[in-house]
Design a protein around this ligand. Sequence first.
Ligand SMILES: Nc1ncnc2c1ncn2[C@@H]1O[C@H](COP(=O)(O)OP(=O)(O)O)[C@@H](O)[C@H]1O
Ligand code: SF4
Ligand SMILES: [Mg+2]
Length: 320
Amino acid sequence: MTPIMQIRDLSVGYASRRAVGLAVTSVNLDVEKGEILGVVGESGCGKTTLAVALLGLIESPGVIQSGSVQLRLADDKLVDLVGLAPRPLRQIRWKEIAYIPQGSMSALNPVLRVRQQMTDTLVQHGLSKAEAIERARWALNLVSLDAAVLDKYPHELSGGMNQRVAIATAVTMQPAILVADEPTTALDVVTQRSILQELVKIRDQFGTTIIVISHDMGVMAQVVDRMAVMYAGRIAELGLVLNIFDAPLHPYTQKLIGSIPKDTGQHLEGLEGEAPSLWAYPPGCRFHPRCSLATAICREQTPELREIISGQYAACHHCD
Ligand SMILES: Nc1ncnc2c1ncn2[C@@H]1O[C@H](COP(=O)(O)OP(=O)(O)O)[C@@H](O)[C@H]1O
Ligand code: SF4
Ligand SMILES: [Mg+2]
């Protein structure tokens, strides 16, 4: 299959006065058309930074240190979102790739009615006001919301409804790729499940490629086809979610899966030790201070992400 997105050697950092600390380091990833790809890892591991880089939206103090994000457009042309000028980027955003930002409650403008939030972008893309409202109604219906929501302000809606509005807004132009950053965080378990089902529905109906970002392994288990496990800015493991849950290869993934409480299947808690700051990564494998299998080579050499068994990749010196 031809990937719809190819991420190569992508490193993204934040600049202080003296240095750049890398929040995303040498990420290589192919995103297949029509898949739901999960990106999972503890808070601070670089998920949002990666998402923003995939949209070509990194701004100061963020810096792209290296790499490319090649997006295959509808006409099969490839475009590198890294360093793309604002104008061509605006043409690609929403139509080809759309973003549901983390914390949609706060991402929605509190002083604007849903109608305006949803139609402004469409009007900027050349639709008439009437067409834009028609599209907004269509998108709300798609995520199981009544068109009456158009007349509401965000504070008049529940967290789950706001999240649905954010999803509806992102799909109004029927993008080929949708990047959803923590779409279910802060919602109750029942609402989480129905929101995730909306994403699956969108993929099934339109063949939309969806990248779901979450700190919650439970979310991965519920919706994604493949997942990338991130640790301290790097991909630690990559493969089909079924295979990884069945037999995680990387010690970090094993800990994450082992920490899921059996009763609810939700949340990721209770990992001992702390993830390193992007200003003080340990040498070699960044996970070595927390890894019970660490040996001398782990403290000295960075393990490359490699295929250990068919279709399942891990970055670890000792996992085969
Ligand atoms: N604007 C910023 N300036 C400096 N550091 C940042 C900024 N945004 C994020 N970071 C740092 O980058 C790292 C990754 O953050 P983020 O991508 O938000 O992780 P995640 O989404 O996985 O929680 C964290 O250490 C965070 O503190
Ligand atoms: S490379 Fe070494 S320290 Fe890193 S996860 Fe593998 S065994 Fe643990
Ligand atoms: Mg985040």
